[in-house]
Design a protein around this ligand. Sequence first.
Ligand code: ZN
Length: 377
Amino acid sequence: MKIRIYRPLLVLTSLFFALSLTLISCSETESSEQTYSEVAALPFIKGVYGNPGTLLEAGYNFDALGLNAIFVRSVQLDEHVYETARAQQVRVFVEFPTLRGNGYVDDHPEAWPIEETGEKSPPADWFMGVCPTDPDFIDYRRKQLRDILETYNPDGIFLDYTHWHAQFETNDPILPETCFCERCMARFSDETGTELPDGDLPEIAGWILEQADPQWRDWRNDVLNNWMIDMKTIVREKQPEALVGIFYASWFPDEHDGALYRTLGIDVEAYAEIADVMAPMLFHKMKDHDPEWLSEYTSWLGDLIDTSVEDKPLIWPIVQAHDNPVEVTPEEFRQVMLEGSKPPVSGIMMFSDQALLDNPEKIEVMKQLYFEEIGQE
Ligand SMILES: [Zn+2]
């Protein structure tokens, strides 16, 4: 997975040279405090996530808001937003809805995730996932990603919905067991050498959950990792300079009975090895946490990366400004921005443009932070 052979290598070489010289006059402690963003030669990223074109329509300019990056949903990316950002020296990162099946599975029922009963898994609140082994869906997303990369030159692609069908953006998650379609079970059997018993679908699914649970969880995780590698390979082929980010559920591994791995299928370490940028979704209000939780999480992630990940990614969390399920006050928004931007974080974005437009006080908070407090040299 050592595919990253671009800018950072050159930068690392010169950094090493500079460090060798400064070691003479500086203490070792100072010289070892190179942040990830310095290694990647990027400024501290100050972003907004969503449909940033709405800010332009409301009469704002990205640069005048203190932004140096926008994170735009791929369905809302257009020439005007892209060119305006470029003209204002604002980086453009594109969100890509990797395993989101809303809409698609209605027209392609063969891609609908199946529960252990053999029934289609219902939507998890507003989210509908997909069976990640469906070959037509894989082709559909590959083509979509190539189209974006042939139309624009984004600074990065941020893979979103990087989990099996479930709902985690709440303190009361929806965690179905999927996918037990015939294709997934056959692939599991082939790829892990697990011989499945005869029987109907619910019988085989029940056997897997009772007799081959660890292998099943590991296989599901492999499926996701391979999706991320596949998407990254396309980005590297088309635009080697573009970063690959991964948005993912920011549960600690032991929360909700280990559902991060068991149900969502996410191994943070594996994602960190693949991604250039890890973008944990630190939606504190939806998960009923205090603002301090943000820096607890990013510290934990930074330690994990330092100790266990060879190809170290940057950390750019997405934090919550919008009022869900209850109000996030402007002062609380300010707190989560500050907590979410503490080291080892080297970039931050807020969710979303709409929350800013709904409460202009939050625009003033963001401007003040981006111009005066966050990521100052
Ligand atoms: Zn399936």
